[in-house]
Design a protein around this ligand. Structure first.
Ligand SMILES: *Cc1c(COP(=O)(O)O)cnc(C)c1O
Length: 428
């Protein structure tokens, strides 16, 4: 049996950094990534046969835990019928209908294969539908690795962005304006200056790529009002929050806080594929009409609406609609978060934590941060020590302080108790 270290060395010879997505390499926390051999329910096992309670869940998709019987059955049946046809299938309609039923702000949806593809397409659609070039994103929000989205703030408020990745040209970043999350004043000022040139604003409603930071109600209210006033589209990137924080996604949560609230374009991924490569973007009919083959905005995909992936997503969406599903998941997640807060308080450690549905975040900070700069004031060494102590105790948390965590329906009371017991030692 090869060890994690042996596998990592072997991987690094043939795959850059030994991983197919950078965060998996443990660069932020140090040490050797675990090579996962299999998963079942709330657990994963590494190549050395060690079991972990999994709070990453493939970064969100595994809301039912690993190997849920109904999903497994649907996927097996679909695979038997054929992997891919490059032609329309009835299951794509079923999945689209299911999504529309759960998300009333959208009339039509297009299926794609990754969150990156979905956000990229949503921005192109917004530009095509409005005929405008520019858009706003927020520091700390991640929307996939498209050129125009790998951008950081310029020096002044209305100065456009600079690339954060080599290989992205200044031109690709030039129409992206990057602002501070939850900063209403900055948003107002930006709209006053360039509102007429803005195709859209793209935002994570609960930012899961700077750990867990909610858009404040005044901020979300201002976003909606300013977009409507200036003719820009509001794009909610719900790749992480979609069908994860509530059955109707984060937008249903904000609609209860802000009467009449709805985005113009919604982007989904992660949970809607249930662990298979599947994502989607949707909007009102008048916006979606701009997409090819109806309109001039080109977008396509050989594996889009893949039969096996749609079967997996559909089976997952059906399970999460069962009565009491989200109530139980939310309560379990709350239990974890409240438990961690109590353990930290007992140990006199500065700590704050939050959750919504099956998504959570915790900070080694006395108060919940409201933006990226605040998140990054976390004591990194302390976080890394905590991460490794938990990992050694068989608790698999995200290997970076700016990532959210996920609880699945398979996590039991005993799993939460075991996690809190481990934290009691790890936070000492
Ligand atoms: C994960 C994520 C993406 C990118 O999705 P991929 O499937 O990794 O390309 C985009 N937006 C948000 C909010 C995400 O969490």
């Amino acid at each position: 049996m090869a060890s994690n270290t042996e596998l990592f060395e072997r991987a690094a010879r043939v795959i850059p950094g030994g991983v197919n997505s950078p965060v998996r390499a443990f660069r932020a926390v140090g040490g050797t990534p675990r090579f996962i051999a299999r998963g079942e329910g709330a657990y994963i096992w590494d190549a050395e046969g060690r079991r972990y309670i999994d709070y990453i869940g493939s970064w969100g998709p595994m809301i039912l835990g690993h190997g849920h019987p109904a999903v497994l059955e649907a996927v097996t049946k679909a695979a038997t019928e054929g992997f891919s046809f490059g032609a329309p299938t009835e299951r794509e309609i079923e999945l689209a209908e299911e999504i529309l039923k759960l998300v009333p702000s959208i009339d039509q949806v297009r299926l794609v294969s990754s969150g990156t593809e979905a956000t990229m397409s949503a921005i192109r659609l917004a530009r095509g539908a409005t005929g405008r070039p520019k858009f706003i994103k927020f520091e700390g929000c991640y929307h996939g690795h498209t050129d125009a989205l790998l951008v950081k703030a310029g020096s002044g408020l209305a100065t456009f962005g600079h690339p954060t990745s080599a290989g992205v040209t200044p031109g690709a970043a030039a129409d992206t304006l990057v602002l501070e999350y939850n900063n209403v004043e900055q948003l107002e000022a930006a709209f006053a200056e360039v509102g007429h040139e803005l195709a859209c604003v793209i935002v994570e409603p609960i930012a899961g790529n700077m750990n867990f930071v909610r858009a404040s109600v005044p901020f979300m209210t201002a976003l909606r009002r300013l977009c409507s006033k200036h003719g820009a589209l509001l794009v909610l990137d719900e790749v992480m929050t979609g069908f994860r924080v509530a059955l109707g996604s984060a937008q249903s949560h904000y609609a209860t806080l802000i009467p009449g609230f709805a985005p113009d374009i919604s982007v989904f991924g992660k949970v809607i594929g249930g662990g298979m490569p599947l994502a989607a973007f949707g909007a009102r009919r008048d916006v979606m009409q701009h997409l090819a083959p109806l309109g001039g905005v080109y977008q396509a995909g050989t594996l889009s609406g893949n039969p096996v992936a749609t079967a997996c997503g559909l089976a997952t969406l059906r399970e999460i609609q069962k009565p009491g599903f989200f109530e139980a998941l939310s309560a379990r997640t709350r239990q974890l978060v409240d438990g961690l807060k109590a353990v930290a308080a007992d140990n006199g450690v500065p700590f704050s934590a939050d959750s919504e549905g099956g998504m959570f975040g915790f900070f080694l900070l006395p108060e919940l941060p409201q933006n990226y700069a605040k998140v990054m004031t976390t004591d990194k060494d302390r976080f890394n020590r905590f991460f490794h102590a938990m990992l050694d105790a068989g608790i698999y948390l995200a290997p970076a302080l700016y990532e959210a965590g996920f609880v699945s329906a398979a996590h039991s009371q005993a799993d939460i108790d075991a996690t809190l017991a481990a934290a009691r030692t790890a936070l000492r």
